[in-house]
Every structure is written in structure tokens, then in C-alpha cells.
Ligand binder design. Structure first.
Ligand code: ADP
Ligand code: ZN
Ligand code: ZN
Length: 663
């Protein structure tokens, strides 16, 4: 007897589908999960097709089709299929990574109890009257409900972007449609969840981010899939939530690098969201004070519509004054200029809060021996070990290697080994000695290494329990510190001349964000940047709060250099125990590409990566680039097919990153 056959995308790193025979299946099973035998065990897969019957009966039989779960809808299958093709990643892995972890293992959430009848709801919240620009933004987006349109909502921190999102979500809710809102950080979701839940007391709001307990995440996914959830708030992974009634997508802080996943399926949630908005014909709003240059370029060239909120929403909140402190002729005291120290002292006097921004955690980036030249290097990475003085450890920030600080130079025995350079811990130590009795709070990935510690630091800041904050970019995002009136920036110059062409864009955005923390309430804010390049155009644009000027200048440079967004890139990387092996593979990959290279696509030489060794593996990369996205895509599919055929040493791993953000 001939049995029906299911074609399954199995969670495996192989670019192919697998067929299994089953006792019974029909079209309605497409999109369902199935357990299939694989090796000696079982794997989860998703049925992408049901074939009438098998012509050859050597197929293995699928273990089970999980019919208790509703099938994933056709648009979700199309979405994951697009991602598989665009990012050149096996479909089974794409689908698996789009599911909550418990479901990925074939576990279903227990049926949810019916929600208790909505409790007596408080009176509707009183809403602020929108500013004219806000009202115009809301009206323009709302006029696009029901069809595709992409908008860039460009407005400084505090200009009322979130208020615009909330009004749009309200209108979308009134149309009976679901809204999807993406935010960069897990840490920001509880805060936002509160704001959204209190605004929409009758709606069902669910979250989706990797910090959630497995059961809660599966439930949120199911609530979205069944159409029960009205609003889904989440980090990048939420872009894959199946939403049968979806009507609006919002991406807050769209420039944030966390929207790009840096491992496994290397997708950009922002780009996937745009595709989804196209697919489902709905408006998508990208909001930021410092849009990514890609997005700004689209808005500037008319592909996206630009909506601007040019001033802060609260009348008394002015933009901070930004100034540079020229440090070329001054002998700094532990990295601080006299002007910055005086500004700090003045804030202490007035009992206002200050923030010192340094994007480098630890005490010092390296420990060194002046006698013989030894420096603390990681034995697994091409990187220095960072001194963490508080617990007397040397740590690698790339692989996590951790060892005790040596009492003497390991090479020559010299007892006098020194820290070089400064990190947040060193600033904390200096300011503590300089301003005794001051409450200094350091906020970086060491002091805020769990969500609870992070929350308690935020609480302390809000309760006025800190006079001086010292922090990395963690402090730049999304928080309101009403008594903060001074932001001091130290050590920012390095990014002006970094090899990475995106470094200035990141620096501008970070400084704008961190500056935006100050002066949000009634107190005026001041931003002081210590620099040896006080007339650098980047700092000038910051002083003038002129994002547009900065962005146009950067885009002109990128155009001249042929960098994104004026070209599209894909990065093939390989790692092995020996760099030679990685580079050899990349050379063969380059040869394979050359045979099928479409016109207009350039192929660079394989080179060691900038950080060429991590975790004892050595890494090389090969960049391909084209001004035409279709031309680049035209290369990738046949190229990857050939790469899968190449024989490789057993210890070699390779991967492709389409539209890479980091090199
Ligand atoms: P953003 O998201 O751009 O940082 P928010 O929407 O959070 O800005 O608004 C900043 C502050 O201004 C919030 O406290 C918000 O309640 C308030 N706000 C927003 N719009 C208005 C308005 N039209 N009138 C008065 N206050 C407003
Ligand atoms: Zn030495
Ligand atoms: Zn390391």
C-alpha cells in the first residue's frame, strides 16, 4: 500500500528537506510540527508539504505529527522560507530558531486557563494632547493601515515617539488588529510593558524575549498564534511571532545593533520586519533619535517616509548643551580634565546627578611589565586580558578566560607590573578618592550582570541614591534620570579613527543617546566631551544637535568609498585550529565563486579576521560585495551549494553572514 509522504524541514545544519512516510496526512498538516527519527534519536521538524504518495517505499516513517498544536500559518512558512533563502541558512534551523525553545524540543505548553473575566477596569487613562508633529505623524501612519508603507519616525529622546506608537497601537486595536512592537533590550521590556499594559487595560499584551521562562514564552507564542494576543512586545526574536491578525509593526530604537543576530541565523530583525510588512501589506514604523544610516538613506531617497519630531514633548525639557573640552595641552589627572572635575564638583554642590560615560569596563585594558615588555594576553584569543581590580582577576572579554592577577611578571619576575589605560573601575576608584563621601555607582556588564542587579541599580539611580554614575553604553538607552544634569564623556576619540567604517555612526548615536539622558525634566543638562579633536565634524554635529548634517556627511563618505548602504555585502568566515586551514578553505571558496561570479559582484582576498583568534580557534574571512542586491543574491545561492560540496578538514567550520554589521 502506498502511504502519504510528508516533506519536513528538520532542525539540522543541512540545506535540504527530508521525506517521511506517515499513516495519514493531508494538506491541513502543512505547517504542523512532526517528530521524525534521526540517527539514533528523534528530531523536531516542520511539515512544509504533503505529497500524495511515495513512489519508493524506502522512506522512514515519521514518529508523530503533533496535531494538538495548530499548524503554523502559510505566511509564517513563507517568512521563514524567505529568511532561509536570503540569509543562506538551512530552512529547518531557521524554523527551529523562530520557535520558542520548549516547542523546539517538541514540548507544548499546557492549555492555559481561561482568563478570568476582565476585572473592573479603572477609568480610561488621561492622555496628553498630542503636539502638532505627533498628531501629524499618527495621522500619516494611520492613513496607511491596510497597505504597505515604511516610516522613519525621527525624533530626539523625549520627543514623544513612544506616545506616537501608543496612539497607533490604539487605532490598530480598534480595527481589531494585532500590533507587534520590537525594542532592543530585554531590560527595557518590563518598563515598556507597564506603560503599554496601563494604557490598554482591556487588551491582551504579551512579551517575547529570550530572558523569559520557557513556559511563559511558549504561552506568549501560542497566544499570538491563536490570535488571542493583541499586542506583542519583544526583542529581535519576536519578529518571527506568528500573528494572524497583524496590522502594525513598530521598531523602537531601530538603529540598535541588537536587532542583528550575530550567531546562527544572522538575521536583521529590522529588515525582516520590513519584509513582513510588505508581505502582509501593513505599515511599519521605525523610530530613532539617531537612525541607522541605511534607514536614513531610505528616508532621504524617498523609499521610506520621514516623520520628524523636532523638539522635546515636555515643554520645560530643553536639549542639553554639548561642549568639547580640548585636552591637547592639559596634563590630565587620571584621565580627567580640570574642567570636567570642576563641573562634577558643581553638580555635587547642587545635589544633582552626573554621569561619566566610558565604553570600557574593567579597571585597565591591560597589565604590563615595564622591565621586559610582557603584557597580559589571552592564551586562547588574539586579545589582551583586562584587569579587574575589584576581584583581582585578569579576564578575556572575548572568551571569558579568567585568571588571578600575577604577583610578579610571569616572564622576568619583576614585582612591579602596571595597569595601562583605564576602564570604568579605575574611574570609580579615582573619583571615590577625589570626592570622598560621594555616592558613586558603576553601571556596566560586571556590576549589572543579572537582570535583578540591573534593576536594583536602576532603582537606586531613580531613588536619588547616587551622585555620580559611571557607565558604559548600558546607561545610554531608554532610561529617564530626572536629577541628571551633567554627562561627561571620556575616551571617545578612539572611535573617530577606528578601522571599522561603522564606528563613527555608533559613536555619534551613543553620545547622542547618553547626552539625551540629561536634562529631561526641569533641570537643564550639559554634556562635556573630553577630546583631542575638538573641531572634528562628528563632535561639531553633536554640539549642534544636527543628526541630519552628520548623516549626510557620513553617507557622502560611504558613497565615495562604496560602503553600505551604497553596496551590499556578504561575509564568508571560516575557523579552524590553524589559520592556514581556514584561509585555505576560503581560497578554495573564492575559486568556486570566481567560476560563477555575476557581473558587478566583487570578491576580495581571504584575510585573517581582525580578532583572528578566539577560544583557541583561528579565523579568516572573505568579503563579497556588490552595488546590486539582486546580483549579490544571484551569487550566493549557487555559491553556497558549491561550498557545501567542498571537502573540509574535520575541525573547520564556516558560515555566511549576509549584510554583516561586524567584521
Ligand atoms: P520618546 O519615546 O521619544 O523618548 P516619549 O513618548 O517617552 O518620548 O515622551 C517623553 C515624555 O514626554 C514622556 O514622559 C511622555 O509622557 C511625555 N509626552 C509625550 N507626548 C506628550 C505630549 N503631547 N504632551 C505632554 N507630554 C508628552
Ligand atoms: Zn617582565
Ligand atoms: Zn580569550
Amino acid at each position: 500500500m502506498k502511504l502519504p509522504v510528508i516533506r519536513v524541514a528538520v532542525d539540522l545544519p543541512l540545506p535540504r528537506l527530508f521525506d517521511y512516510s506517515v499513516a495519514a496526512a493531508d494538506e491541513s498538516d502543512v505547517g504542523r510540527c512532526a517528530l521524525v527519527p534521526f540517527g539514533s534519536g528523534e528530531k523536531l521538524g516542520i511539515i512544509v508539504a504533503v505529497l500524495a504518495s511515495s513512489s519508493h517505499n524506502k522512506l522512514k516513517a515519521a514518529t508523530t505529527i503533533l496535531r494538538e498544536l495548530p499548524p503554523l500559518p502559510a505566511d509564517w512558512l513563507a517568512l521563514t522560507d524567505f529568511c532561509s533563502r536570503y540569509y543562506q541558512h538551512p530552512l529547518g534551523e531557521v524554523m527551529a530558531s523562530a520557535l520558542p525553545p520548549a516547542m523546539r524540543r517538541g514540548k507544548l505548553p499546557a492549555a492555559r486557563q481561561k482568563r478570568a473575566a476582565a476585572a473592573e477596569v479603572d477609568a480610561e487613562p488621561v492622555l496628553p494632547t498630542l503636539l502638532a508633529e505627533q498628531a501629524a505623524a499618527v495621522a500619516t501612519v494611520a492613513a496607511s493601515f491596510g497597505r504597505y508603507a515604511a516610516f522613519l519616525l525621527h525624533g530626539v529622546t523625549g520627543s514623544g515617539k513612544t506616545e506616537v506608537y501608543l496612539r497607533l497601537i490604539a487605532q490598530n486595536l480598534a480595527r481589531g488588529r494585532q500590533s507587534l512592537m520590537l525594542v532592543p533590550e530585554i531590560a527595557l521590556t518590563p518598563q515598556l510593558e507597564g506603560r503599554v499594559a496601563s494604557r490598554f487595560p482591556r487588551a491582551r499584551v504579551v512579551s517575547a524575549h529570550s530572558g523569559m521562562a520557557a513556559v511563559a514564552r511558549s504561552r506568549a507564542f501560542m497566544a499570538a498564534l491563536s490570535g488571542e494576543a493583541d499586542i506583542v512586545l519583544g526583542t529581535r526574536l519576536a519578529v518571527f511571532t506568528p500573528l494572524p491578525r497583524l496590522g502594525l509593526i513598530v521598531i523602537d530604537e531601530e538603529h540598535d545593533a541588537s536587532f542583528k543576530q550575530q550567531e546562527g541565523l544572522r538575521y536583521s530583525a529590522r529588515d525582516v520586519a520590513i519584509w513582513r510588512a510588505h508581505q502582509l501589506e501593513l505599515p511599519v514604523v521605525l523610530g530613532s533619535a539617531t537612525p541607522s544610516l541605511e534607514t536614513f538613506h531610505h528616508a532621504d531617497s524617498g523609499r521610506y517616509r520621514l516623520l520628524e519630531l523636532p523638539r522635546r514633548a515636555v515643554a520645560s525639557a530643553e536639549m542639553p548643551v554639548v561642549r568639547c573640552i580640548d585636552t591637547r595641552r592639559e596634563k590630565l589627572q587620571d584621565g580627567f580634565s580640570a574642567a570636567l572635575l570642576a563641573a562634577l564638583a558643581a553638580r555635587l554642590e547642587r545635589q544633582e546627578q552626573s554621569l561619566i560615560f566610558l565604553n570600557r569596563r574593567g579597571y585597565a585594558p591591560v597589565l604590563a611589565c615595564p622591565a621586559c615588555g610582557w603584557v597580559s594576553r589571552c592564551r586562547r584569543c588574539a586579545a589582551n586580558l583586562v584587569l579587574h581590580k575589584i576581584d583581582r582577576r585578569l579576564r578575556c572579554h572575548h572568551c571569558g578566560w579568567d585568571e588571578a592577577v600575577p604577583g610578579h611578571c610571569p616572564d622576568c619576575g619583576n614585582l612591579d607590573v602596571h595597569p595601562f589605560g583605564r576602564g570604568t573601575q579605575r574611574l570609580e576608584e579615582f573619583l571615590g578618592a577625589r570626592f570622598p563621601g560621594t555616592r558613586i555607582l558603576r553601571v556596566d556588564r560586571d556590576s549589572a550582570n543579572t537582570p535583578r542587579k540591573w534593576q536594583s541599580l536602576l532603582d537606586t539611580i531613580h531613588d536619588g541614591g547616587a551622585d555620580i554614575l559611571i557607565g558604559t553604553q548600558m546607561l545610554a538607552k531608554g532610561h529617564d534620570f530626572p536629577r541628571l544634569t551633567l554627562v561627561g564623556v571620556v575616551g571617545a576619540d578612539a572611535a573617530l579613527f577606528a578601522a571599522d567604517f561603522r564606528a563613527p555612526e555608533r559613536l555619534f548615536s551613543q553620545l547622542m543617546q547618553v547626552g539625551g539622558r540629561s536634562g529631561r525634566a526641569a533641570l537643564a543638562g550639559e554634556v562635556l566631551i573630553q577630546t583631542e579633536h575638538p573641531s572634528h565634524p562628528l563632535y561639531r554635529a553633536l554640539m549642534a544637535h544636527d543628526y541630519r548634517h552628520f548623516a549626510l556627511a557620513q553617507l557622502a563618505e560611504r558613497r565615495a568609498a562604496g560602503f553600505p548602504p551604497f553596496s551590499h555585502q556578504a561575509l564568508l568566515s571560516a575557523e579552524a585550529k590553524q589559520l592556514e586551514a581556514a584561509l585555505d578553505f576560503l581560497k578554495r571558496a573564492a575559486a568556486a565563486a570566481r567560476q560563477i561570479l555575476p557581473a558587478g559582484v566583487s570578491l576580495y582576498d581571504p584575510v585573517p579576521m581582525r580578532l583572528y583568534r578566539v577560544m583557541a580557534l583561528e579565523r579568516g574571512q572573505l568579503l563579497v560585495e556588490s552595488p546590486s542586491r539582486p546580483a549579490l543574491q544571484g551569487l550566493l545561492a549557487p555559491w553556497l551549494e558549491r561550498l557545501y560540496q567542498l571537502k573540509t578538514p574535520r575541525d573547520l567550520r564556516w558560515r555566511i553572514d549576509v549584510d554583516p554589521l561586524e567584521f
